[in-house]
Design a protein around this ligand. Structure first.
Ligand code: DCP
Ligand code: MG
Length: 659
């Protein structure tokens, strides 16, 4: 097969796909512009409950719920048939299921230092204890690591040398969305597998028309695993039709996700559910459809029927006032009803941007990116007091606990490796109304538990000196305004560079850190010469202009600053001497001719992304203008078909902060 095959040459000619070569190759960079994208959303089943089952070795068929004081915050699947939900309290849960295990979360305890522990009497110790989520965060980290390892295994196992050179440095992007859920952009990984399975689609400099439809894949049926839950096809589609490239992509995605879930089960004994679809919105709705321990595939040809069953108010951003307004304007909450309105009809009642965005969303369009670099902006540790506290001594005991809690989380965040550190510490306290005071964290000090405690005490003294400290009903400590440290900068360089060069930067910078004095004596000219030699030793990998070519030369300064100073030097050879160059009109970069197609694709994808982002921003602004802050919570959206509304926190229960 090649794109040189004439399209529609004769009735017997190769059947054409609905996708183009360009759309297929955009998978390589995980571009949001291709309809062939594959995104997975994986959500742990009854997460905190599973953590306790694993920790305590409790069999899966034993009903268990995790309690926080009298409330339930997680209910395992064995307990759910008894009607136990997070809405029940511990006493009612016990009535409904006398054999249920009610495990209290771990707590910090006033006066017992800064260490959390599981305690038999925590449930009646709300006055002296503070919840710790550390055990669940630790499990979450292990699960994430296992998922990454399994994805890496796919990256390394399923590539021959040619594919390696075509796809070097690219891998699946993973975004941690909360303590128990991740999004994975599988597109780059699937691209590798496709090239492996179908050598005929490997990039070819003679591909003339990249926008012509591809031939259909050389297969007549897709082998789905019997465990996969497939959403039925839209009305006009038929299962017996030959698969197109999107079906193949989804099937590979399902294989990868199944193996990731299996790895988590085999290594750590957690089950999780997944949704697989062409974007984040659809995959998230999908993962909630068949819980527990199942994966749901929303094929492109099934999107309309799938979404048609939802209320649009269940879709992200439509849960608040905007959703209410649309319901009132169009007299329905159903996606299927709204689909009957043309774009012009939507525009008649909504502003242009909202109308366009809504028109796309209910048709399953969502070009939001999976962004692996999401980071916490602040960390907070808090406690409410009933009755209020009245002395510095009492407050200080809690400050010690807050300092320990926050420090533990800073360590997880890489403060010891100097990846990131907070610059500001704030004490919040409530007497009648909430107030806060903050001070900078001195940059010269190593951050540890004691430093945080001392700074917190300083803030407390200031609050007391203000004369408005008691009776205190709520006290909390937070750190924020994070700055990146040396370690983090290195990680970003590794992210921006690709493949072997990224590896060599990472390796070399770590050497430099370990032996920085040894490198300091290398004179600048020496560093530059070695730099040029290394940089041109291999042609730069294809890809986006922000990560390759000229820009990356500046990174190579670091790459070479570790080169032994007595290393013999090869003559510098510029790529322009050996490869025909192409000058891009759009970004004025000069790149090797053979990368032109991919470079054009990059611009094409970026343009679409910019346009999407603008549309999303407009829709968000519109939503914010109409939605009061209380409704903007991550948890305000519902979980989809058969899903449970998160609603308000249960009585007596604080909404817990997620990462
Ligand atoms: N959580 C909480 N309070 C809430 C909601 C959730 O403390 N109001 C915690 C406990 C959950 C964890 O967050 O175990 C993950 O939340 P999910 O909504 O994913 O719920 P589960 O994982 O418990 O169940 P599911 O199988 O429905 O995902
Ligand atoms: Mg969950």
């Amino acid at each position: 097969m090649s794109s040189a095959d004439p399209p529609n040459a004769s009735p017997d000619a190769v059947k054409r796909s609905r996708y183009t070569l360009r759309q297929l190759h955009l998978l390589r960079q995980g571009s949001t512009a291709t309809p062939l994208r594959a995104i997975a959303h994986i959500d742990l089943d009854a997460f905190y409950a599973q953590c306790e089952m694993v920790r305590l070795g409790i069999p899966r068929d034993t009903p268990l719920a995790v309690r926080q004081w009298d409330s339930l915050i997680a209910v395992n699947y064995a307990a759910r048939p008894f009607g136990i939900t997070r809405m029940l309290n511990a006493v009612d849960a016990r009535k409904a299921c006398p054999n249920i295990v009610l495990q209290h979360v771990a707590t910090f305890r006033e006066g017992e230092g800064g260490r959390w522990a599981y305690r038999d009497d925590s449930f009646r110790s709300i006055k002296t204890d503070k919840v710790s989520l550390d055990p669940y965060r630790a499990e979450s980290r292990k699960i994430l690591k296992t998922m990454k390892e399994e994805l890496d295994r796919w990256t390394t196992e399923y590539t021959d040398d040619e594919i390696h050179s075509l796809t070097q440095g690219i891998s699946a992007g993973l975004e941690k969305a909360s303590i128990d859920e991740v999004f994975i952009d599988l597109s780059p990984l699937i691209y590798r597998v496709l090239l492996q399975r179908y050598p005929e689609i490997r990039p070819n400099p003679h591909d003339e028309d990249r926008d012509a439809e591809l031939p259909q894949p050389p297969t007549t049926a897709v082998q789905w695993d019997s465990e996969d839950c497939l959403i039925g096809l839209d009305r006009e589609e038929r299962e017996e039709d030959d698969p197109d490239w999107d079906d193949i992509v989804m099937q590979i995605a399902a294989d990868i996700v199944r193996s990731v879930r299996m790895a988590v089960w085999e290594k750590l004994h957690y089950t999780c559910s997944a949704g697989i679809a062409r974007n984040k919105m659809l995959s998230k709705l999908g993962s909630a459809c068949n819980k527990p321990d199942k994966q749901t595939v929303v094929r492109n040809r099934a999107i309309q029927i799938f979404l048609g069953g939802y209320k649009f108010t269940q879709i992200r951003m439509l849960g608040g006032k905007l959703g209410d307004q649309i319901t009132a304007d169009f007299g329905t909450e159903k996606v299927s009803d709204l689909l009957k309105f043309s774009l012009d009809q939507l525009r008649a009642k909504l502003d242009d941007h909202t109308a366009t965005w809504l028109y796309g969303v209910i048709r399953g369009e969502d070009r939001s990116e999976v962004s692996p670099r999401t980071q916490m902006k602040s960390m907070l540790s808090a406690k409410s007091f009933r009755p209020s506290i009245n002395s510095a001594g009492q407050a200080e005991k809690w400050l010690r606990i807050f300092a320990a809690d926050i420090y533990g989380r800073l360590v997880e965040d890489g403060v010891l490796e100097n990846r990131r550190r907070p610059r500001v510490i704030t004490l919040h306290h409530r007497v009648v109304q909430s107030r806060s005071r903050q001070i900078p964290i001195p940059g010269s000090n190593t951050i540890d538990e004691n430093l945080l405690f001392e700074l917190a005490k300083t803030l407390l003294r200031q609050v007391i000196a203000d004369g408005q400290a008691w009776p205190c009903a709520n006290l909390s400590l937070s750190v924020g305004s994070f700055e990146d440290g040396v370690g983090k900068n290195r990680a970003i360089e590794g992210f921006l560079l690709r493949g072997d060069r990224a590896k060599s930067v990472t390796q070399s910078t770590s050497v430099r850190e370990a032996d920085s004095t040894a490198n300091d004596h290398i004179p600048p000219e020496k560093k530059r010469k070695v730099d040029i030699k290394r940089f041109f030793a291999h042609p730069p990998p294809p890809g986006d202009p922000t990560s390759i070519g000229h820009d990356s030369a500046q990174h190579t300064d670091q790459e070479v600053s570790n080169a032994p100073s007595d290393e013999p030097e090869a003559p510098a050879l510029a790529p322009a001497d050996v490869l025909p160059q192409y000058n891009c009109d759009r970004c004025s970069k000069s790149i090797p001719e053979y990368e032109k197609e991919e470079h054009d694709d990059w611009h094409f994808a970026k343009d679409l992304e910019t346009q999407d982002r603008q549309e999303a921003r407009n829709a968000q602004q519109q939503n914010q203008q109409q939605t009061p802050p209380a409704n903007t919570s991550r948890r305000s959206g519902s979980r989809g078909r058969g899903g449970r509304s998160r609603g308000k926190p249960e009585k007596g229960q604080m909404r817990l902060a997620f990462e």
